[in-house]
Design a protein around this ligand. Structure first.
Ligand SMILES: [Zn+2]
Length: 192
């Protein structure tokens, strides 16, 4: 939550139930003080469009000619960013564990690509998407996400922009400070 802009975006997430604060057991089994689910914002097309317009405003000067997003999480926001920029949107998807461009998607040689995600946590899938674009002959001019939850640790090697920053550390249950404080743990979506 590093800026006024972040606060208003995250407030919208809270209002839509896409950002919960408390003590949660995530599907990974780890515990966290926060739960973030962008799909709960993006299910509202008006909200998805607003996020796309917001990101487009941050990246317009990069001169991207096409958006590439990793499926599934990046597809909706990638489409909205591309719509706001007036460029096309493609996606890469996993096949046998590897991120790949399918469905006849191609780049022109040297075409300028913006990689768009919903959330960047470690930056792993963003880096993988950047590699997919490069190995298909494109030039990656930047990356963008609705939410950066990496705490500035994403290390993508290209200019990176996000609408909001939030740090939500995860803990092994045995080392969870909220468990140690005796706070009951819940699954996201159950009544607190
Ligand atoms: Zn805990």
């Amino acid at each position: 939550m590093s800026s006024k802009h972040s606060v208003s975006v995250l407030d919208r997430f809270r209002r839509l139930g896409a950002l919960l604060e408390g003590h949660f057991r995530l599907t990974s089994g780890l515990h966290s003080a926060g739960f973030l689910q962008c799909a709960l914002v993006l299910q509202h097309p008006v909200e998805a469009e607003a996020c796309g317009v917001g990101i487009a405003g941050l990246v317009r000067d990069l001169g991207a000619q096409v958006v590439l997003s990793p499926a599934l999480g990046g597809i909706v926001i990638g489409q909205e960013v591309a719509r706001a920029l007036g460029i096309r949107a493609m996606f890469a998807e996993r096949q046998d564990g590897r991120l790949t461009m399918r469905r006849g998607f191609t780049f022109d040689t040297g075409e300028k690509v913006l990689v768009v995600e919903d959330v960047v946590t470690t930056g792993g899938s963003t880096r993988e998407t950047i590699e997919v674009a490069r190995s298909a002959g494109a030039e990656v001019v930047g990356a963008a996400a609705i939410v950066d939850r990496s705490g500035g640790q994403q290390r993508l090697g290209v200019p990176f922009y996000s609408l909001a920053d939030i740090l939500l550390p995860t803990h092994e249950p045995a080392e969870c400070p909220l468990c140690l404080a005796g706070q009951p743990v819940v699954k996201p979506g159950s009544r607190v």
